[in-house]
Design a protein around this ligand. Structure first.
Ligand code: AMP
Ligand code: MG
Length: 492
């Protein structure tokens, strides 16, 4: 392969020696391109024709390292379900390198499922097709829904069969793109070893990469903590606005950039329910839908602990006080982001005293009635324009929503501006199409059996989640009752 498909500029490899192990992907028998994300490749300034090929499949399988790559496995630690693991790291992943995209943004290109590394512990270093496509379809849907997230660049199969719980499955690798792979757990790795100078190097790197406006501030490490607080508060609020349950909010799965990362056992709620849990391993409901803001705050406190020595090396009590202030202000930052988005979902352009109560009353009614979260919110643009029929029809007994609709009408009467503009704006934040659990499952099952059509169709539908289109009605519906309670698995 003589042409250079990537213009790599690998700062992590260059500047952070000791934070990773240089490594190579495993050779595999038959790399095959399953899906190549051309639009994203163009955005990254990549040679799409060269990469959407067998040669590209070999690269994205980790089988061949492209010119200029400095593949490496990153070290990180993490609290998993509250318990600390001092060494996790990329056990089945590689950072291939960084490129500068067409907007001038630095992006990581990363492979997941590319074989064992020094961090693999007991794992086989592999990934299988179902979970790889799951991350592809849900990650891309989240992006289209306006949520900061890692992206899927390519999914390839390797030609191997990998043994999993239910027998052999097709081996696969996901090539994903992130604004970085710095996690809370990356900081924890060095903090746990008392390596303060390395932590400072890491924090400076994170600031330069994600929060350059802080670089010259004397209180930049406290500033970093506040900046992560704000990005995470906004991120979790955007999840909550869409009914998204991440499912495994361990500190190694919380980014410094504020992007969603690691689509394992995630799912979307149908009926609104703060206690909704889908992951088979989350028996305590730690990562339930309604717990996500609290968990993000808990994770932020774990980040804060790693930064104390940098915040104030001479006065640890003062550092703790300053960091605590930032952590304690998370709920307020979250509430602001939540309320702002809730107003948009309700089509409210002015801020009134009772808006939070109005929105939360709707959630409570939906919860009690078992009404579909996504469909009820989508129907509100009609209700706001005077036609409440669609909303009522989503309740078994329309009487359940009557009084609320009355209150909503009165609140809207306080708004100025055109109703048509309002409906349009609401339809741009309340999606018609989300990755419905039963649709995702059906698509992945077909793909594992060799038929990619439902997966490809689903990816295409979800690329434009806010525009209702004729013929796609089935994608807008909740799960049929015979789908039953939904359980997700970690996808290893
Ligand atoms: P995750 O659940 O994907 O966030 O992964 C948690 C940790 O387990 C990370 O250190 C992963 O690299 C590691 N891991 C997950 N699956 C495997 C696997 N099949 N082989 C090796 N390491 C794995
Ligand atoms: Mg992870």
């Amino acid at each position: 392969m003589s042409i250079a498909q990537f213009a790599f500029d690998n700062t992590y490899a260059r500047e952070l020696e000791g934070f990773y192990v240089p490594w190579k992907g495993a050779e595999v028998p038959a790399p095959l391109m399953i899906r190549f994300n051309r639009d994203l490749a163009v955005e990254l300034g990549l040679d799409t024709n060269a990469l959407d090929s067998d040669a590209g499949a070999a690269i994205f399988a980790g089988h061949v390292a492209p010119e200029g790559a400095s593949p490496l496995a990153m070290a990180y630690a993490g609290h998993q379900f509250g318990g600390f693991s001092p060494q996790l790291g990329d056990g089945r992943a590689l950072l291939l390198g960084e490129v500068i995209d067409t907007k001038g943004e630095r992006r990581d290109i990363h492979l997941k499922g590319s074989g064992r590394t020094p961090f693999s512990r007991g794992g086989d270093g592999k990934a299988v097709l179902g979970p790889v496509l799951r991350e592809y379809v849900i990650g891309e849907a989240m992006h289209a829904l306006g949520v900061p997230t890692t992206r899927a660049l390519a999914a390839v199969t390797t030609g191997e069969q990998i043994l999993r719980q239910d027998g052999p499955e097709p081996g696969a690798v996901l090539a994903r793109v992130a604004s970085s792979h710095l996690r809370v757990g990356t900081f924890q790795f060095f903090a746990a070893r008392g390596e303060t100078e390395r932590l400072r190097q890491l924090a400076d790197y994170a600031i330069a990469r994600h929060y350059p406006e802080l670089a010259d501030r004397p209180d930049r490490y406290l500033g970093l903590l506040s900046a992560v607080r704000d990005r995470q508060a906004a991120l979790i609020a955007s999840w909550m606005h869409l009914g998204f349950v991440h499912g495994v909010m361990n500190t190694d799965n919380m980014t410094i950039s504020g992007e969603t990362i690691d689509y394992g056992p995630c799912a979307f709620i149908d009926a609104h329910d703060p206690a909704a849990v889908f992951s088979s391993i989350d028996s305590q409901g730690r990562y339930a839908y309604g717990n996500q803001p609290k968990i993000a705050q808990w994770n932020l406190a774990r980040l804060a602990e790693t930064l104390l020595d940098l915040i104030n090396p001479d006065d640890s009590e003062h550092a703790v006080r300053q960091a605590s202030e930032v952590i304690n202000s998370f709920p307020l930052a979250y509430e602001r982001a939540w309320l702002a988005g809730l107003r948009l979902k309700l089509g409210l352009t002015q801020a009134e005293e009772g808006d939070m109560a109005l929105g939360e009353a709707l959630l409570a009614i939906m919860h009690n009635a078992g009404a579909d979260f996504t469909r009820v919110f989508r129907s509100l643009s009609s209700a706001a324009s005077g036609d409440t029929g669609k909303t009522r029809a989503l309740f078994d007994d329309p009487a359940q929503i009557e009084a609320w609709l009355e209150g909503y009408r009165s609140r809207l009467a306080q708004e100025s501006g055109f109703a048509e503009d309002r409906a349009g704006a609401m339809d741009r934040v309340n999606p018609v199409y989300i990755p419905r659990n039963h649709m995702v499952e059906a698509a992945l099952q077909s793909a594992t059996r060799g038929d990619l059509t439902p997966f490809e169709r689903l990816v295409d539908v979800l690329a434009d989640p806010f525009t209702e289109r004729a013929g796609l009605e089935v994608f807008a519906l909740g799960a049929p009752t015979d789908f039953g309670p939904y359980t997700t698995f970690c996808g290893t």
